[in-house]
Design a binder for this molecule. Structure first.
Ligand SMILES: [Cu+2]
Length: 458
């Protein structure tokens, strides 16, 4: 049964839109600018960011109204160092309530960007991020309850990359050879405006793939190794990424940072909010070679094409992929096992967890500070893919339907895909802070209801 339309865009308007005057590989990839601290002290870096509207060129020759951190999409990249706290003062100059969540960060409830802890228009909030955990590719995005899907879609997303000494010592590709790739999909009206549909129908209509806010760009690379930090910042789309020539990429990290060991992968899945870091070695290719980053999960040639790498020159390469990255500590012993059934209410057709839709006043689970638990997440919907994101707690993936997870899931994560009918067991650990945090499906059309509250207790 189809879900009722609830978006801005009415069902009657869901006719095919005229194609935009755009072909793939017409624009170069750009990289979001690195944010500059307004104050840098030995013990803290302070940043100021303003959420505001801006008219930007995404499709060549057409202006698009976005909501951006500092008016750009993706927002400025914050580069943080493990052990050195960061303060971000977020100013809301939009006309809607916002909430800024640092996805994957371990921060107190007051600094986590809870869905109900909103920043009203024309006001500011100061966020304190301790950065106590190791290097990881985090990102920040809107989380205002009921409006997060629209706000993220309009552009409220940016990178927050944490580095540390161990990572430096590995001599992975760095500097210009360390490149973030933030992947999103959008639906543009002929006049360039973004069309937002907040339900599962929206997905099939969003067929323009953007990388770092640029439509299916090309990227001129040297014939050497590159580190790419792939972030799925799409509301709902799940990608299956591979190179057009079928060659392997070397995965070195996932959501919460470096894997124990590098893993050669010919393709990998990326559900919304998940991150994967890969090293691609272009030294095997002669200048003039072009490789497409392909999405095998795309429904048509448009959505099957992410971007193109054009090998244009040679370059020296002293980078290296060591056999050991960040060894995993021994797993903690879980104190309890809990069930999370991701289902759909047969009467209301709303998505829910354990038969309940989100209620910010209800606490669903109370894990103890410092403890580790097993969470058994079951997707009980036969036709809907979900994923599961825990705030605060990073986890290992224990198994999928009783089978060991793939090698790309061998490190710590904060978001895990759960296919229809599948049961995924994870091992979250509740460290550093007590208080209320949310966990939810990161398919943003579902997150509004498919969310629960955990209160970490002393
Ligand atoms: Cu979902």
């Amino acid at each position: 049964m189809a879900l009722p339309f609830k978006g801005d865009f009415q069902a009657a308007d869901a006719r095919p839109l005229p194609p935009l005057p755009f072909l793939p590989f017409q624009v170069p990839l750009t990289v979001p600018p690195v944010a500059r601290p307004v104050r840098s002290r030995p013990d803290t870096d302070t940043y100021q960011i303003t959420m505001r509207q801006a008219d930007v060129e995404i499709i060549p020759g057409i202006r698009t109204r976005i909501w951006g951190y500092d008016g750009i999409f993706p927002g400025p990249t914050i580069k943080a160092r493990a052990g050195k706290p960061v303060v971000v003062v977020q100013r809301n100059e939009l006309d809607v309530d916002t909430s800024v969540h640092l996805h994957g960060g371990i921060q107190s409830p007051a600094n986590d960007g809870h869905p109900t802890d909103v920043i009203k228009p024309r006001s500011s909030k100061r966020f304190y991020y301790p950065n106590a955990a190791p290097a990881a590719p985090l990102w920040y995005h809107d989380h205002a309850h009921g409006n997060e899907a629209r706000s993220v879609y309009m552009g409220l997303a940016g990178l927050y990359l944490v580095s540390d000494e161990l990572e430096d010592s590995l001599r992975l590709p760095s500097g210009d050879y360390d490149v973030p790739l933030v992947i999103t999909d959008r639906l543009f009206a002929p006049n360039g405006s973004l069309i937002f549909i907040n339900n599962d129908h929206g997905l099939g209509l969003r067929r323009t793939i953007l990388v770092n806010g640029r439509p299916q760009p090309y990227f001129q690379v040297a014939a050497r190794k590159y580190r790419f930090r792939l972030v799925n910042a799409s509301n709902d789309r799940i990608y299956e990424l591979r190179l057009s020539n079928g060659r392997e990429m070397v995965q070195i990290a996932s959501d919460s940072g470096l894997l124990p060991r590098p893993v050669a992968m010919s393709s990998f899945e990326l559900s919304p909010a998940e991150r994967v870091e890969v090293v691609i070695d272009f030294s095997a290719y002669r200048p003039g070679t072009r490789l497409i980053l392909h999405n095998s999960a795309g429904e048509d040639p448009l959505t099957q094409t992410i971007m193109r790498f054009d090998v244009v020159r040679t370059a020296p390469d002293e980078s290296h992929i060591p056999d050991t990255l960040r060894p995993l500590p021994p797993a903690e012993k879980p104190v309890t096992e809990r069930d999370f059934i991701m289902g759909r209410n047969p009467r209301t057709h709303e998505f829910e967890i354990n038969g309940k839709v989100f209620d910010p006043d209800r606490v669903d689970v109370r894990p103890r500070l410092g403890s580790t638990e097993i969470w058994r997440i079951h997707n009980a919907t036969s036709d809907a893919r979900h994923n599961f994101h825990t705030h605060l707690a990073r986890f290992r993936v224990l198994d999928r339907d009783g089978n060991p997870p793939g090698p790309g899931e061998s490190g710590f994560k904060d978001t895990v895909a759960v296919r229809p009918g599948e049961t995924v067991r994870i091992l979250p650990r509740f460290l550093e802070f007590t208080g209320r945090y949310v966990y939810h499906c990161h398919i943003l059309a579902h997150a509004h209801h498919m969310m629960g509250t955990m209160e970490v207790v002393p």
